[in-house]
Design a protein around this ligand. Structure first.
Ligand code: GDP
Ligand code: IMO
Ligand code: MG
Length: 425
């Protein structure tokens, strides 16, 4: 089984970093294929924490190649800082890093434009990392790509063309016009400092697969933040689903063998948009506290609520998921009972499908089923069968209602706080 895609099954922050780090043990190559530094993936090993925003979460495994794929939008400052942080920790010692020359570059004016729009109202609650404006430039066919950083004349012409158009827009928002020389000079300098890592990433990944090496595709964000299939317009600007792995890594969909979705045992969301099972009360605050639910990128408190099966079933469909990894089961420990949303009702009728419209989703009434709670240790127990029976019953009930297999159950942030129920690779 040489290729595996790991995707977020909810609104992001499901624990993808932890699971990718775990699976990377068996991977020769780990590829990020979409998004940028809006992602924050937390890795914890022996109490030590590393949060990656751009570099794939396979970085802790010496010799595993980390690829930033064609579909990404890359913040050069963040990338340079992250490479330095990894090097300081003794990681990427053999320079096992490849940055796609086709990936797009986030420039300072992308962030300024986004911040101005968010301030103006109707806010999406973005991470302010310039993601939306960079993907807009890409779709408009005037984006700057990593490969352009080695072509000073082309880079300058592109920046001039972009600013020619954006200047009036920035002025409309009361933002000063960026200085072309400053933008170009900074981009060239940063481009120079990463130039030895830049290459044709798609060909590298395809060759690895052809050679029978294990390739792990690391999704960012989550299914419900997908540009097409998420809770539009409260979404990110990329394809976060498994289909995005093929397009964003530069390989064909026939090369993907398995898709595992990561789901928390409850639900969180950062930013705006509908969230049917959200808890605005002490129960939500208790989940936030117990789960440490503060953004790994922005530090914002995450909105918390119960597990949402209709949303998960939608995530399974749009990803063609073979199964799920259920994380943060430990966080539910100690509750007298655990409610799970098993259906949505809208205007007195039960819905068959996850609503396409955010306003409809905001109006649904979740129907809950209540499961017995559990107490006692979930971490440090010998095997999955040693978990409290009610915790195992919860996992089985979730799997049955979502209609997929469970690949692993996670009961803590560390690699070791994991029970593997079936092999993913
Ligand atoms: P990602 O964006 O999907 O990689 O997830 P984040 O790193 O943004 O957020 C997940 C948080 O939960 C991180 O702080 C992880 O260290 C932590 N975490 C992951 N799995 C578990 C788990 O099973 N139990 C607990 N308590 N924490 C976990
Ligand atoms: P990881 O990979 C959680 C959310 C933002 C906002 C929306 C659009 O760590 O799971 P953007 O900056 O992408 O234009 O913001 O998407 N968002 C995330 N939420 N985890 C993420 O990444 C996210 N990346 C973007 O909060 O609601
Ligand atoms: Mg995150």
């Amino acid at each position: 089984m040489p290729s595996l895609v790991v995707v977020g099954a909810q609104w992001g922050d499901e624990g993808k970093g932890k699971v990718v780090d775990l699976y990377a043990e068996s991977a020769d190559v780990v590829v990020r294929y979409g998004g940028g530094a809006n992602a924050g993936h937390t890795l914890v090993i022996g109490g030590q924490q590393l949060i990656t925003h751009l570099i794939p979460s396979g970085v802790l495994h010496a010799g595993t190649h980390c690829v930033l794929g064609d579909g990404m939008v890359i913040d050069l400052n963040t990338l340079v800082d992250e490479i330095a942080e990894c090097k300081a920790r003794g990681l990427l010692a053999g320079d096992e890093l490849l940055i796609a020359d086709r990936a797009h570059v986030i420039l300072p004016y992308h962030k300024r434009l986004e911040a101005a729009r968010e301030r103006r109202g109707g806010a999406i609650g973005t991470t302010l990392r310039g993601i939306g404006p960079a993907y807009e430039a890409k779709a408009a066919r005037r984006g700057v790509r990593v490969g352009d950083l080695a072509r000073p004349a082309k880079l300058r012409a592109l920046v001039e063309q972009n600013l020619d158009e954006l200047r009036p827009l920035l002025a409309h928002y009361g933002e000063p016009a960026p200085d072309i020389d400053a933008v170009v000079d900074e981009a060239l300098a940063l481009g120079e400092s990463i130039s030895r890592y830049v290459g044709v990433a798609g060909a590298f990944v395809d060759r690895a697969l052809a050679d029978g090496r294990n390739v792990l595709f690391e999704g960012a964000q989550g299914a419900l933040l997908d540009l097409d299939h998420g809770t539009y317009p409260y979404v990110t600007s990329s394809t976060t689903t498994a289909a995005g792995a093929a397009a964003g890594a530069g390989i064909g969909p026939t090369r993907i063998d398995r898709v595992v979705g990561i789901a928390k045992a409850y639900t969180t969301r950062v930013g705006g948009g509908p969230f049917p099972t959200e808890l605005d009360d002490e129960a939500g605050a208790a989940l936030r506290q117990a789960g440490g639910e503060y953004g790994a990128t922005t530090g914002r408190p995450r909105r918390c609520g119960w597990l949402d099966i209709p949303a998960l079933r939608h995530a399974v469909r749009i990803n063609g998921m073979d199964g799920i990894a259920l994380t943060k089961l430990d966080v539910l420990c100690g509750l007298p009972e655990v409610p799970v949303c098993v259906a949505y009702e809208l205007d007195g009728r039960e819905l068959d499908e996850f609503p396409s419209d955010a306003e409809d989703l905001a109006r649904v009434t979740p129907r809950y089923e209540r499961f017995a709670g559990w107490t006692g240790a979930t971490r440090g127990v010998g095997s999955y069968d040693d978990l409290p029976a009610a915790a195992r019953a919860y996992v089985a009930a979730v799997a049955q209602r979502v209609g997929v297999d469970v690949y692993l159950v996670s009961v803590g942030p560390d690699r070791h706080d994991t029970f593997t129920l079936r092999d993913a690779f």
